[in-house]
Each structure stands twice: as C-alpha cells, then as structure tokens.
Design a protein around this ligand. Sequence first.
Ligand code: PMP
Length: 357
Amino acid sequence: QSLPYIRSISPYQPGKPITQLARDLGLPVDRIVKLASNENPLGMSPKAQAAVGVAIAGLSRYPDDFALKQALAERSGLGMERIVLGNGSNDVLDLVARVFLAPGRSAIFAQYAFAVYPLATISTGGEPIAVAASDYGHDLEAMLAAIRPNTRLIWIANPNNPTGTFLPYAQLKTFLQAVPSNIVVVLDEAYNEYLPPAERVDTTAWLARHGNLVITRTFSKIYGLAGLRIGYALCSAEIADLMNRVRQPFNCNNLALAAAVAALDDHEFVARSYALNRAGMEQIIAGLKRLACRHIPSHGNFLTFYVPEAAAVNQKLLSNGVIVRPIAAYGMPDWLRVTIGTESENSRFLEALEVSL
Ligand code: PMP
C-alpha cells in the first residue's frame, strides 16, 4: 500500500512536447514554436557544444565532477566542499527536502511559488504551508508569521517562476536575519543571470553569516543546458555533506559536467542570451499592450499575462502551432506564461495570440 501523502501530490506538468503537437497538427516539428519551459531560445553555448563532442569519447567511464566543482568554487570563492551538484537544480531541491523534512515537519513557501517546492516537500511526508502572495510575489512578513515549531525549511525563488516577481535584496537580508537558525532557507536563483548586472547582489557572500542558507542555481536557463540536466547548490560544508549522503552516486552525467564547465566560460553566449531576453521582453510587452493584455512585470526569461478563458486561448494557440504554459495548476487559471523567444518566435506568438483572443 502506497503512502497516503504520495497520492496527494499533483504530478508536475511539463510544457506540451513539440513532437506531440507536431503530430496532432500534422506539421513538421520546425513549424512549432515552443515558448513553454523557460528554455534558452539560442540553444546551447557553442563552447558547451564543442565540449560535449569531446566528452563523448569518455562515456565508458563514470562521471568525474571535479572540474565543475573546481570551476564553481573559483567563481564563488567557496571551497569545493560547499558545492553540491544535481541532475538539474530540481535534484538539489529534492536533496534538501530529503535531508531536512519528514512526516511531522513542515516547510513554507509562497502561493504561486515554483511547483517543485510542494512536490519535494510532500514527497518526504513533510507538511506544505503555502502563504498567501503579495502582488503575486513572496510576502516575507507573512512567511515569517507562518513559522511553526515544526517548520524546518523555507523555499524562496528569486526571481520567482511562474510570476517573474523579484524580492529586493535588502528585504531578503532582513528576512534571513529573522529566521531561526534551525530552519533552512533555500534561495532558488534559477533566473539570477537574467537580472541586470547592476542590480545583482552576490548572495553567496551571505553564506558566511547564515549557515542555514542554501543557494541553488542552474545551467538550464541562460546557459542553455536544460536537456542535459545540471544545477547546483552553494551552502555550508555541513549541509553539503548531508546532501551528499543522500545524493545518488554519479547523479550528473559526463556530458552535462563537461558542458557546464565550458558554458561557465562562454561569456559571449551569456551576454548574447541576456541581450536577446531584454529585447524580446520589450517586444512581447509592447505586443501584449497592443492586445490590451496586462502582465506581471517579470525579472526572468518569461512573462505571465492575464487572459480570461486562458484554457480556451491556450487551445487556440496550440492549434496555431504555439506552445505556451497554462498555470492553472498554480491557482492562476486566468493567466498564461510565455517564455521570451527569438524575435521571430515572439512575433509568431503575438500573431497567434491576436487570433486566439
Ligand atoms: N527553480 C525554478 C524557480 C525554476 O523555474 C526551475 C525551472 N523550471 C528550476 C528551479 C529547475 O530547473 P532545473 O531542474 O532545470 O535546473
């Protein structure tokens, strides 16, 4: 008999696969525009592609994660013993949950926060506490007030997915100071690299004062490696050690490790991806304005916009070969989330939206 709390989990719903829609519509796959999963529209870094080509020759060996840990250690100024690699950052989120949660313990996250937080929480038997949002983002005061004696984890995404909201660093710092040290705070920075460099604060510096902080990042977004599945956590050596105890050996594969090392150094690709996202964001905002659709200001590589009858509009977009993301599962049935694509993908999306409203 399965554990009752496992049955209460709503399975994660990914964006509709391109191949499936192409088959449904009888179209070649290259006619489909997929702006549903916050992927990089430029593909993967050319340096990472070259590194994968080389790494193929070593696939008979188990993965060696030394080079990536070393590169991340150099970049963050943290020792390698404070870095945990994951099969996507979802994997490290899951590791944190397994280390700190169990039946009888609770975890706090914001309403409309990333779907993996309740999923990872409930799969340990932990109790999920969703705190009402403020302006679609995190209400840190309310999250503090929601702390119970059995709370062991707080999940925060900054910027948040699917709403794109951003918490000013000063607020986050005050929050961290107020959270009791026996509660781990996960600061999920999957979209960190899309923030303007002048606005970005190096949150890894906070780790020195907050032994209960776990920062997570990913190679799936600006580095364009979503399909390789690689992400990481930066935290205290003690928490990293605990996570490594439950981590599957060799959870990151050779190709992903090699690609990630190369992608970290591909500054030109990151800069190009950043600039494309800025321009595309403006293009989509202007297009949505023309169509009188309001949106939530976004700090990521996606935009969430309001459309009554979102499910029907989504169906029409699909029939026009455009895949976006309905977010009814987040309790936002009147909203759709669109990933910022290339200029031509954004235009295809806006044209399809115009005839779908
Ligand atoms: N955190 C947030 C906020 C995300 O939006 C995503 C991607 N959807 C992830 C983590 C996980 O990404 P990945 O597992 O590909 O690293």
